[in-house]
Design a protein. Structure first.
Length: 86
């Protein structure tokens, strides 16, 4: 085996081991991770509960809606043209 292929094999082994270690840590700490996420989301959503239900957020104007629509259309065109396998 050449030195380059040994280096690639070693790099693959190191990165694979690192990904495995991170995956195992996330899997074993999943319960604490989800509990912390729920506590954080509940804490940050408390401010939203103060807005009365009858006070709606103002609607975006027609120009903003048009910009979003154009961005969506251009994104779809880009997706079909660049990413879609022809």
């Amino acid at each position: 085996m050449s030195g380059e292929s040994v280096g690639r094999s070693l790099a693959t082994l190191v990165f694979g081991g690192a990904y495995l270690a991170v995956g195992l840590v996330l899997a074993t700490d999943f319960k604490n991770l989800t509990e912390r996420f729920v506590r954080t989301s509940v804490r940050t959503s408390r401010g939203m509960a103060r807005v009365p239900r009858w006070r709606w957020l103002r609607q975006p104007d027609e120009e903003s809606r048009l910009r979003v629509l154009v961005a969506l259309v251009l994104g779809c065109i880009w997706l079909v043209e660049r990413v879609w396998p022809w």
